[in-house]
Write a protein that binds this ligand. Structure first.
Ligand SMILES: NC(=O)C1=CN([C@@H]2O[C@H](COP(=O)(O)OP(=O)(O)OC[C@H]3O[C@@H](n4cnc5c(N)ncnc54)[C@H](O)[C@@H]3O)[C@@H](O)[C@H]2O)C=CC1
Ligand SMILES: O=C(O)C(=O)Cc1ccc(O)cc1
Length: 315
């Protein structure tokens, strides 16, 4: 057990990430009290029954009123409105942070809504699964993963240190970068791969009924892995693409050019070029494994070996 870093922590949004944070903070003794709130009454009821918070508040204002740390854990498209809702109810000296998969757009919207003297520490745990909802959370989700913090003008050194300590307490390694750099890196490593998965599974779903059932029946590793990613939460991913538009379109442009080059290699039967590319991509995968960031089995984003081993559920 660690010592509490914050006394009362309010978590707004009690899905996969919010509930995992609540479990982790309590399991590891990082907060004296965890108050939860979710915009959905149904989720609030389920969270109460699951018991991972000390209290479930009926309104966002009530949830944050006594909080020393507020964690925004809802889809990125809702973060600005959530910040607006709590702006008048925050305690002086409170720290606000978030976990959104996009940083620059969230910072702009949240900081426009929060009082100027409130410290905001934008964050993003590179840890998750394709499951969502309060039943999907587990306290070890962040162990052995990265948490990226992207300080803004409203991030004080003290608040940055406290939030960094919190992620370390949850078992994560912390990396600090600019919001713009985060959005470009994540567009490449997370957003584009998800877009490709949504697209390829969508293409299969649009096939004729008989072919589609065969695709499912005979789905080998490649397609199966894509279906896992394409099962991720639709609202969360809609919001990511709408809020990281420029970086995603930039990466999509490069991807389309490379795809056209591949098309030409196949059309002109340029086996050497194909083999060359596949040799280079295989080396990247092997490099990731050698660096201890991945096991042979698929397991997204781990720094070290092992399986997440947590419960799986969807809301
Ligand atoms: N799912 C993942 O693997 C990861 C997600 N994230 C980020 O975490 C955030 C939450 O994602 P998940 O927990 O996976 O989603 P989720 O779909 O499991 O849960 C989101 C919850 O937020 C609630 N919500 C929506 N608007 C709200 C508001 N204004 N106030 C309070 N609650 C509200 C929803 O009712 C829902 O229960 C997103 O911003 C996402 O980008 C970050 C890392 C990994
Ligand atoms: O489960 C997977 O493959 C993921 O990609 C998890 C994930 C999803 C979104 C994030 O912002 C970070 C991690």
């Amino acid at each position: 057990m660690s010592r509490p870093i914050f006394d009362t922590v309010a978590i707004l949004g009690l899905g996969l990430i919010g509930s995992s944070l609540a479990h982790g903070l309590r399991d590891k003794g990082l907060a004296s009290r965890v108050v939860g709130y979710d915009a959905s009454e149904d989720v609030r009821g389920r969270a109460k029954a699951l018991g991972f918070c000390d209290e479930i508040a009926a309104t966002p204002e009530a949830a944050v009123a006594t909080a020393d740390l507020v964690i925004l854990s809802m889809p990125v498209g809702a973060a600005g409105a959530a910040a607006k809702a709590i702006a008048g109810a925050l305690k002086p000296g409170v720290v606000v942070t978030d976990v959104g998969g996009v940083k620059a757009a969230v910072i702009a919207k949240v900081e426009a809504a929060l009082p100027e003297d409130i410290a905001f520490v934008p964050g993003h745990p590179i840890a998750g699964t394709e499951h969502s909802g309060p039943e999907a959370g587990f306290g070890s989700l962040f162990e052995g993963r990265w948490a990226i913090l992207t300080p803004s003008e409203r991030t004080t050194d003290e608040a940055l240190q406290q939030v960094s300590d919190l992620w370390h307490g949850l078992g994560s390694d912390v990396e600090i970068m600019t919001p713009e750099h985060h959005d470009l890196v994540l567009a490449t490593t997370s957003h584009l791969p998800h877009l490709i998965a949504f697209n390829i599974v969508g293409t299969a779903a649009d096939m004729e009924e008989v072919t589609r059932s065969e695709v499912i029946k005979f789905s080998a590793g490649g397609f199966r892995d894509f279906t896992r990613i394409a099962a991720s939460d639709p609202v969360m991913w809609r919001d990511i693409f709408l809020n990281n538009k420029e970086a995603v379109l930039e990466m999509l442009g490069r991807f389309s050019e490379d795809l056209a080059a591949l098309q030409r290699m196949i059309r002109w039967e340029d086996g050497d070029a194909l083999q060359d590319l596949f040799t280079r991509t295989r080396a990247i995968r092997r490099g990731i494994i050698e660096a201890g960031q991945e096991t042979e089995a698929p397991d997204f984003g781990r720094r070290g070996a092992g399986d997440t081993g947590g419960p799986k559920s969807d809301s």
